[in-house]
Design a protein around this ligand. Structure first.
Ligand SMILES: Cc1cc2nc3c(=O)[nH]c(=O)nc-3n(C[C@H](O)[C@H](O)[C@H](O)COP(=O)(O)O)c2cc1C
Length: 131
């Protein structure tokens, strides 16, 4: 997280992959929902691993309202049909010490659980899901 949102390099990546005519299709005849994401018919999970200097920015946290990173990623990727977004963040990077160590530990175990979950739910699906 940089300045409560995406680092510019990640923003550049989003701007390169969310592209009309390639990952996003526009059908003016469909009045209410003219945009269709290219991934809409594929069950593709997206894993966002991030880190923050501060803390409390997960959903429900005291500073969750300042987190403009995960919601922005979910909105942009949702536009191209990627709706299954899994986010795990290390916090307290500025503070360091035990709060950081604890956050790293819990993020690592959350990551292990997430990998187990993804393998269980996606292992037998079309390999294109991970392309
Ligand atoms: C330019 C800059 C802006 C940052 N802005 C925030 C911020 O808004 N909120 C926050 O919690 N941490 C912020 N941080 C701390 C980073 O999120 C943290 O150091 C993170 O671990 C950096 O990851 P990186 O090593 O991949 O760059 C900022 C760091 C930098 C360098």
């Amino acid at each position: 997280m940089y300045n409560f949102g995406m680092p510019s390099s990640l923003k550049a990546w989003i701007d390169h992959i969310v592209r009309l005519g390639r990952t996003l299709h526009y059908t003016p005849e469909v009045k209410d929902h003219p945009f269709t994401g290219a991934f809409a018919d594929r069950n593709v999970p997206v894993v966002v691993l991030s880190s923050r200097g501060d803390h409390g920015m997960d959903p429900g946290g005291i500073y969750a309202h300042m987190n403009h990173l995960d919601p922005a990623i979910a909105t942009a990727l949702g536009f191209i049909g990627l709706h299954d977004i899994r986010s795990i963040a290390v916090e307290h990077q500025s503070q360091g010490g035990e709060p950081l160590a604890q956050s790293v530990r819990s993020s690592l175990s959350a990551t292990t659980r997430l990998v187990d979950d993804l393998l269980r739910t996606h292992a037998s699906t079309d390999s294109r899901s991970f392309a």
